[in-house]
Design a protein. Sequence first.
Length: 206
Amino acid sequence: MTRRLLLPALFILIVNMALAQRFQGGILAGYNATQVEGDSYKGYHKPGILAGAFVQTDIAPAVFAGLEIKYSQKGARNRINPKDEEPDKYIMRLGYIDIPVFVGFRASDRSAVVGGISAGYLVHAKEFDEYGEFVREDQNAFNDFDLQPFVGFQFDMLDRLKLDLRIAYSVLPIRGLPGEDATNYYWLNNQFNNVISLAFYYRLDR
């Protein structure tokens, strides 16, 4: 119940802040292309949606800072080759509540570079293969929290509409590798989210 109430409550808070005079803000929605570093499947083959709200304020003539709250689907997927005699089906579906904090630098009147860090809380996790969904007892447990530095680019399409493109990479593992695959190296001993996102941001402020 607490998880279900958290996202709507934070969404309402951000929208109310956006309606205040010194803040700009609104709603956002878009698409993730994701993969998991540390598995055996390469490429951004797992699509996902993202949706939420944002708020920001100017801290200098060409500099702004902001906060977002959004639901974001991540994970991994093996792209099956139809020529394989025994196709290796695999899908990892992860859903997070992400709270990115960012700073932006206006490169021109219509474009900006942004960077920041996003804290994520895992709300659901499922894995599938050719036999169906993994039972929980057979699943290598996922960590509840994710932390992703990110960089990106924003372009104003209209007065109230902008396009945001960014890439994010976890510095906290989403889970460790199974025991037989473990090593002594942090980046080789764990799995990490790797996300490219494209989203539209629509301002609601007055």
